[in-house]
Design a protein around this ligand. Sequence first.
Ligand SMILES: NC(=O)C1=CN([C@@H]2O[C@H](COP(=O)(O)OP(=O)(O)OC[C@H]3O[C@@H](n4cnc5c(N)ncnc54)[C@H](OP(=O)(O)O)[C@@H]3O)[C@@H](O)[C@H]2O)C=CC1
Ligand SMILES: CC(C)(CO)C(=O)C(=O)O
Length: 332
Amino acid sequence: MTRGRIVIAGAGAVGCFVGGLLAAAGHPVTLLGRPRMLDPIRDGGLRLTDFAGLDLRVAPGALELSETADCLAGAALVLVTVKGGATADMAARIAAHAPANAPVISLQNGIGNAGTLRAALPGRDLRAGMVPFNVVPAGPGHWHRASSGGIVIGAGPGDLANMLSVPGLAVTEDADITAIQWGKLLLNLNNALNALSGLALRDQLMSRGWRRLMADQMAEALGVLRASGIAVKSTTPLPAWMGPHILRLPTPLFARIAAQMLTIDPSARTSMAYDVRAGRATEIDQLQGLIVAMAAERGLSAPICAKVAGLVRSVTETGTTDPHLRPDALRP
Ligand SMILES: NC(=O)C1=CN([C@@H]2O[C@H](COP(=O)(O)OP(=O)(O)OC[C@H]3O[C@@H](n4cnc5c(N)ncnc54)[C@H](OP(=O)(O)O)[C@@H]3O)[C@@H](O)[C@H]2O)C=CC1
Ligand SMILES: CC(C)(CO)C(=O)C(=O)O
């Protein structure tokens, strides 16, 4: 097990939370990020809380903070935690600075990031990963994990999952990581719905109108994946094809089944909801956009995904940072 330096390439919600837990467990960690993210940590350290009562402080001195990519030269392992639109740029920085023997793990949503990294980093131990939990900002230097689950990374040499499993963070390896990523993508199709709803994730999930839309959107995407011969591994204890059926259940029954699989606290909102709120670029092209493109390639259509993608692009273009749409407005 290596105790070499772990560089978090993109210190935001996932990067600060994962990097903070690793540093608290004694790993040497560098957060590579923007001044707006690193300055509060430099001043007061990191605070990490979660839905189950975690409340952890990581002192400023327990982490190395860097605004420039030359810190990657010291990496024994790189965890990529930028948004999808920034992957190619980060890949070029990793190629320029990180040692060739440092494994690189993408902890990003969507399917294409590991491929983008692999293309820029040939011959490296390059793995995709899947982060099931939600992390939201809770104040300067304070990140809150608002839902449950353990990280899964692709299988490979060494014992990276064991090394990354620290108190508060479970990491496992799976040879079928691509199928797991597709399973996560089906859930991430809700990122846009959540962003457009303006609701907290839990409130959105407790609304049958939103769940019916989620179910119809998921069924549409499952049809496209089936037609494309893509294997999907569920990220919940239930098979992916059951997702739409569970979502369509009456609220009390849905709430009971969902509570057995996952904890979501009232502060949870998807990463895209934060992007829309901040007027930043979203990952819509890697989520609904991908399903629409795959459908078009096969002469199929994905009308809900297309409508949702159009609405997200339009809120970004018009600078609408607080949309409060109703589910029917997202139907074609
Ligand atoms: N947040 C969540 O709950 C979850 C997110 N994910 C996925 O994880 C990935 C990361 O998401 P999240 O943590 O929310 O993203 P954030 O936007 O919170 O964090 C990414 C950070 O990286 C910074 N960054 C980008 N490029 C560079 C660079 N070259 N140098 C330094 N910093 C850089 C960004 O700055 P800037 O904005 O200025 O570019 C941003 O501050 C995404 O793919 C997301 O879908 C997965 C599961 C849950
Ligand atoms: C909320 C969660 C965990 C699932 O959609 C997520 O992946 C995100 O916010 O991007």
